[in-house]
Write a protein of this length. Structure first.
Length: 349
């Protein structure tokens, strides 16, 4: 397979995505592959954020008096954190296995998840621990970068009188330097993710390479074509954003209409059974839960149907671009034609 530019790889990725998902088309297979694509690429999944509320008095925060925490509560909190950490690692390992399985599906144009799931078990385990190590190092970097700012914010909070306003000048002096640092950290995270998933993962899968071998081979290719990899990285980040914005613009009105219909239905059911007791109250709860599940099902179905092709195209784009620079991968994506038959040449029985 010849080296293909990042721009030309886009149209080929769209073509392979169309062939993979729609030729032939069956709803069950399409939904299965779309869900796997969304899970492995992370596209279409909702972002998780947490907000902490606080009681306020006047214009400033109220600082509560010191309180006593029972040792049992501390132990329970530590146990809950450890359990959540172990559960997160287990889920991330399953997603890593699924990435290798989906990689196998795309390069061989097969729709069966199980063969790749079994074939790359050891490679996925090594790649999982590599990601854990890289994630830990990145987290350590975040802590080191944040330490000077944490001390500054702590002094700002400590010097602000209760109910008073913080020093705006000091607050800006702490926030403004954070902006370029945050941008650099986000850029570093994106580059690390692209190198790991788009460049090193194929070497883990096809060469059974170690982390050092995969990095050496990927970095050699990146150094050889710096400009092409830079264009690829820009497209790899920008194209999914454009696709999601386009889907949002197209679906905003139908989505609002559908969401409004379900919200009105839920409100009507809640109002109708607000004063009900006994069996009627139970029936109202069941009906509200049923239509809530139906609404969730519609949202999930729409996410898979629309996000699945976009996520698949992203991975096809990565495979086609890197396959033009990694012969083992390129020969699987586009097998070379057989040698021409020469009349009179000896035949192998």
């Amino acid at each position: 397979m010849r080296a293909i530019s990042a721009v030309d790889s886009v149209s080929l990725a769209v073509q392979r995505t169309r062939d993979f998902l729609f030729r032939p088309f069956t709803w069950g297979t399409y939904l299965k592959l779309g869900l796997v694509a969304i899970v492995t690429e992370g596209l279409g999944s909702s972002s998780h954020s947490s907000s902490h509320g606080a009681n306020t008095s006047g214009n400033g925060p109220v600082i509560s008096a010191p309180f006593h925490i029972e040792p049992v509560m501390i132990a329970a909190g530590v146990a809950a954190v450890l359990l959540a950490l172990l559960l997160s690692l287990w889920v991330f390992y399953l997603i890593t296995r699924l990435r290798f399985a989906f990689f196998h599906c795309l390069i061989h144009n097969t729709r069966e998840i199980r063969p790749g799931w079994r074939l790359y078990r050891s490679q996925a385990m090594r790649f999982f621990w590599l990601n854990v190590a890289v994630g830990f190092c990145f987290l350590l970097l975040l802590v080191l970068v944040a330490l000077p700012f944490v001390a500054g914010f702590w002094r700002l909070i400590r010097d602000t009188p209760q109910g008073g306003q913080p020093d705006i000048g000091l607050l800006l002096s702490l926030l403004l330097p954070l902006i370029p640092i945050i941008l650099l950290l986000v850029l570093a995270a994106v580059v690390i993710d692209l190198i790991l998933r788009d460049c090193m993962l194929p070497h883990f899968a096809l060469d059974n390479a170690t982390a050092g071998q995969a990095w050496t081979r990927a970095w050699a290719r990146i150094k050889a074509e710096k400009k092409q990899f830079l264009v690829y990285a820009l497209l790899r980040v920008v194209l999914p954003l454009i696709a999601m914005v386009a889907l949002f613009v197209v679906l905003i009105l139908p989505g609002l209409a559908l969401a409004g219909s379900f919200a009105a239905l839920e409100y009507g059911l809640h109002s109708a059974f607000a004063d009900a007791t006994g069996a009627a109250a139970v029936a109202g709860i069941v009906l509200q839960a049923f239509f809530g599940i139906v609404a969730f099902g519609f949202a999930l179905l729409a996410s898979i149907c629309l996000g699945g092709p976009v996520s698949t195209a992203i991975r096809e784009f990565a495979l086609i671009f890197y396959g033009g620079r990694y012969q083992a991968l390129g020969n699987i994506l586009y097998p070379p034609p057989p040698p021409p038959f020469v009349e009179g040449a000896p035949r192998i029985a």
